[in-house]
Design a protein around this ligand. Structure first.
Ligand code: CAO
Length: 428
């Protein structure tokens, strides 16, 4: 015997009007007790609403973007009469949530023990179909690295986990600590608490994902970094003048937007810097891209992200500046979607607003080069007769030595510097 029951949002603590960022089930889906039904997001963390019982989804009454509070109707479910929903099953925070967020109090549960709400070893965030796929392959979901939106485990994450496990089993394949036959020492496992008080803080999802990518890129790409200094006195004066003129659109012209525009012009002149390494029939090839999607590094409270300005070659500096500001805001609010961060062909990393005299940017693979800039400073420059105060911008270009070489990189930087020193050249 079964009947259709309406499922509601359980007690979510002090939160109200939370946006639904993902609906994880659709009519016809079979769900088990505790399977996540939808994900809500507060300004601090995202959380799953788990199913209070087993059954089949009949109709979903909310959609992404809707706002819900305790008691809002979510869906109707065909449930066995003896599968009466467990009242007030608490929401569950994904594995990647900010560790300092307060967890809503766990209400008393009449029928079954509530799923654990814990910081140290929480269950990962995954839809019922991904969980069942993982079960089929014998994958322990808590060991796979989630790369989906809001810390969600994707089917691809399960596949990557299986692939990696198979690779490790293959004794002929290099282990992670033996890449390239380096036969490195394993990472020291030290109990730091022996030496003094410590605090353990969970890594944000962004840090976990970007850390893994940066480590791979640093180890697998033969990086070289060339440095250059460019006199941007005239460009900065022009930028300041544009901003003082204002105008109805009140665009804030930023140095980053000029750098992106100049980088595009330079990439057009040096196409191999706008490429990726590929493989066809077992032979390495170079994939030259005819489009110019430029990523820029954005620092956020949760870590580094790289939103992408699409078709930057077809956009004016005002539009690039506006889009950068919008994307940087989205990045800080944790609202960037995968489409905002994919397809980049070259990256600009500007630390100019913060400081520094130089750094080595890590290539954002599968791109083959990245430009880093630090703080421009007034310096005395000999003009042939006297020292003149000039604004000098330090630039660093890291490039993949499998694709380009030092001479090409030096020419690339020279070209870029010439454009920045006299921006009229961009029209040539
Ligand atoms: N030299 C000197 N000053 C600079 C400068 C430079 N190269 N670039 C920017 N500035 C100044 C601007 O003039 C502005 O000053 P005012 O506030 O007085 O007008 C201020 O810095 C802020 O500049 P901005 O509004 O143009 O912003 P930005 O380009 O500095 O920053 C962004 C935008 C998204 C790049 C930045 O927020 C950011 O996230 N930077 C960090 C990137 C990063 O982490 N890179 C490292 C990656 S490797 O870990």
């Amino acid at each position: 015997m079964s009947e259709i029951r309406e499922i509601h949002v359980p007690d979510i603590g002090d939160f109200k009007d939370l946006p639904v960022i993902e609906v994880l089930v659709k009519p016809g889906d079979k769900v088990a007790f505790d399977d996540p039904l939808l994900t809500l997001e507060s300004d601090k963390a995202s959380m799953d609403v788990p199913s209070p019982g087993a059954g089949t989804v009949v109709a979903v009454t909310i959609k992404e973007g809707d706002r819900v509070s305790k008691g809002s109707s979510i869906l109707t479910m065909q449930m066995a009469i003896d599968e009466a929903p467990v009242a007030q099953l608490p929401v569950r925070r994904p594995a990647v949530a900010d560790p300092v967020v307060d967890i809503p109090p766990q209400p008393t549960i009449a029928k079954a023990p509530a799923p654990a709400v814990s910081i140290s070893g929480p269950k990962p965030h995954a839809s019922p179909s991904v969980r069942s796929y993982a079960r089929k392959l014998g994958v322990d979901v808590s060991r796979a690295i989630a790369t989906g939106k809001g810390g969600r485990l994707l089917r691809e994450d399960i596949e990557r986990f299986v692939k990696d496990a198979l690779l490790r089993l293959d004794s002929s394949a290099p282990r992670a600590d033996q890449i390239g036959g380096l036969n490195l020492l394993s990472w020291p496992d030290i109990d730091f608490a022996k030496f003094g008080t410590v605090e353990k803080v969970a890594m944000s999802r962004i840090k976990k994902i970007s850390g893994a990518n940066l480590a791979r890129n640093w180890v697998m790409i033969p990086h070289v970094t060339n440095n250059e200094e460019v006199d941007i006195t005239e460009l900065e004066a022009f930028r300041v003048q544009l901003n003082q003129e204002g105008g109805k659109d009140s665009i804030k012209y930023t140095m980053l937007a000029f750098l992106i525009k100049a980088a595009v012009a330079t990439l057009k002149a040096f196409p191999s810097f706008n490429s990726s390494l590929g493989n066809e029939d077992g032979e390495p090839i170079l994939i030259l891209k005819q489009y110019f999607h430029i990523g820029f590094a954005a620092d956020t409270p949760n870590g580094l992200v790289v939103p992408v300005i699409r078709d930057a070659d077809q956009k004016g500096i005002g539009q690039i500046a506006t889009e950068c500001a919008e994307l940087a805001r989205k990045a800080r609010d944790g609202k960037l979607g995968p489409a905002d961060m994919s397809g980049g062909t070259f990256t600009v990393s500007s630390l100019g607003g913060i400081g520094g005299t130089g750094f080595t940017p890590i290539i954002n693979a599968p791109e083959v080069a990245i430009l880093g800039v630090t703080r421009a400073q007034i310096r005395p420059v000999w003009d042939g007769n006297a020292f003149a105060p000039r604004l000098i911008l330090p630039m660093a270009l890291s490039w993949d030595h499998r694709v380009v070489d030092g001479a090409a990189a030096a020419r690339f930087l020279q070209h870029l510097a010439a454009l920045l020193a006299d921006f009229r050249r961009i029209t040539l």
